[in-house]
Design a protein around this ligand. Sequence first.
Ligand SMILES: *Cc1c(COP(=O)(O)O)cnc(C)c1O
Length: 360
Amino acid sequence: MARKYNFSAGPAMLPTAVIERAQAEMLDWNDSGMSVMEMSHRGKEYMSIAAKAEKDLRDVMSIPDNYKVLFLQGGASSQFAAIPLNLLGDKTSADYMNTGMWSKKAIAEAKRYCTVNIAADTSGNSFTTVPTQAELKLNPDAAYVHYTPNETIGGVEFDYIPDTGDVPLIADMSSTILSRPIDVSKFAMIYAGAQKNIGPAGLTIVIIRDDLLGKALSITPAMLNYATHAENDSMYNTPATYSWYVAGLVFEWIKEKGGLEAMAEVNRRKADKLYAAIDATDFYGSPVAINGRSWMNVPFTLADSDLDAEFLKGATERGLVTLKGHRSVGGMRASIYNAMPEEGVDALVAYMQEFASNNA
Ligand SMILES: *Cc1c(COP(=O)(O)O)cnc(C)c1O
């Protein structure tokens, strides 16, 4: 059986070595006589799996001790509501940057709970640029500033971390977490759905500075209250046990590969190769401003969109799958998270060159 190169934006590829390890441990984890799926989340075996996953994530991201790491459910989308509920405190407004489809969803949800000040807005250029620091209209009295460092659909990624002074900075890192080293201490909170660069769907990771806990509005559902989960080591209710375990295998895999520096080196190379192929000929184009080009999600168009279907058909025949762009952007999108091997990008680039010369 040949595994395909799956360019899906999420759920996305997992490292083959991780899936093989999960397979080897499927029926009997570590002589426990049971699958991880069958274990009580309160038993000592599962508790050891959960604790190791957290420790490995802390090591990999160098998460400072004054941050809690929560393993939740509900996806990044549930955090869109949980963030204002937990972090408004006695304030009534928050700053949001509107840089793409995911920002828009976060903003729509926040508007139920507070006044949203749009601190930056790139909708005027169809979300193809990154606002500069100087362009940000920040309110010093905002409860927090929310932004999306990597817009998965538009393929636009911030090339800097916004400076928000004393106002807590919150980042939806669903599609860029673990792609390179970041300084966690610059953020009040980082969150991410797992299904892009962490592990299987069903798990959501929240990394939050502990002084921000305990200020939730009284209407906050217990399940959306970060303090509830922090006080219970993310076991207030039954967590997504298997997804948490597989995420732990991914963190181990990242460590074995040399950590986030090593991930960044390969990711940069993969992205450079793909953008070079797009830029090499007028046959292809990238809608995104050069300084905002994402390392993880690479949208590209064919100058003649009548060839899109043929391009996709030929790609599929070569085992290069899920390249169709998001309906809002059109064209193609290649998502090249950590688990996409460099050979997959090489195969895509070779196919793009061949297709362009056959159809020029
Ligand atoms: C995928 C994605 C989401 C939605 O994640 P769910 O886990 O499906 O709720 C939110 N934000 C960004 C940036 C994403 O890429």
